[in-house]
Ligand binder design. Structure first.
Ligand code: GSH
Length: 235
């Protein structure tokens, strides 16, 4: 049995992290059963979630989880796709993971009102006297990461504009297809779905949420993926 180390359900979604939601979706696409463990963050080999324990083999990072599933279980998530479609899928994933993600992080963690309504939920279990301190330490760490990555050097408006461009690009590439490349979900759909679903979390009244909501095809895509793979969270 595979153990997936995750944060746990937040924002009406199976997990607060788009990378964890991506890994869950990959496991489901591959038809692999897994159990979740919400207590593994302190032992995360790369200091981040997700990671998995597959019968004693530890794999950290959603990309390497994907490669592990492909190698060990003989799964081709992109079966039937052309070389060009596979390359496009990878490019879409990296736009969302290495660019859009940071706009989403900024929205959740920097803006005070959004933080109070969303990310602060993570600390609900921390004893009250310590909660403010822990929140402040984590927010400072995230602000430092945002600056180091580069996104954190832009103004709020500039970050919103960059994030909107990503969402518009994704919506255009999706068009009126059921999934990114047709009638079947592929590897990149795990990522695209995860980021669209996290963007639409109702707790976050952000320009990114508004941009996603403005694209009916993305909202329908989120609903379709939830119904297919996360029935409990479907509307
Ligand atoms: N490249 C990693 C990114 C994972 C990641 O950024 N996870 C975040 C949550 S969304 C995390 O665990 N952050 C905790 C930290 O940086 O301390 C993947 O694809 O799994």
């Amino acid at each position: 049995m595979i153990t997936l180390y995750s944060f746990g359900p937040f924002f009406g979604l199976p997990d607060a992290s788009p990378f964890v939601l991506k890994a869950m979706t990959l496991l489901k696409l591959a038809g692999l059963r897994y159990v979740e463990d919400h207590g593994g963050y302190s032992r995360a080999p790369k200091g981040k979630l997700p990671y998995i324990d597959d019968e004693g083999t530890i794999i950290a990072d959603s990309a390497f989880i994907r490669f592990h599933i492909e190698r060990k279980y003989g799964v081709d998530f992109d079966q039937g796709l052309s070389a060009e479609q596979r390359a496009s899928g990878w490019a879409i994933e990296k736009m969302l993971e290495d660019h859009y993600y940071w706009a989403l992080v900024h929205t959740r963690w920097v803006d005070d009102a959004n933080f109070a309504a969303s990310a602060a939920q993570f600390f609900a279990a921390v004893p009250a006297p310590l909660r403010r301190l822990v929140e402040a330490i984590v927010r400072r760490k995230i602000a430092t990461s945002l600056r180091a990555q580069g996104m954190g050097r832009h103004s709020r408006e500039e970050i919103a504009e960059l994030g909107r461009r990503d969402i518009e690009a994704l919506a255009t590439l999706m068009g009126d297809k059921r999934f990114l490349f047709g009638d079947a979900a592929c590897g990149a759909d795990a990522t695209a779905f995860a980021f669209v679903a996290e963007s639409l979390a109702p707790e976050l009244d952000s320009p990114l949420r508004a941009a996603t909501l403005a694209n009916a095809n993305l909202v329908a895509y989120r609903d379709r993926m939830l119904s297919a793979y996360f029935q409990k969270y479907a509307a």
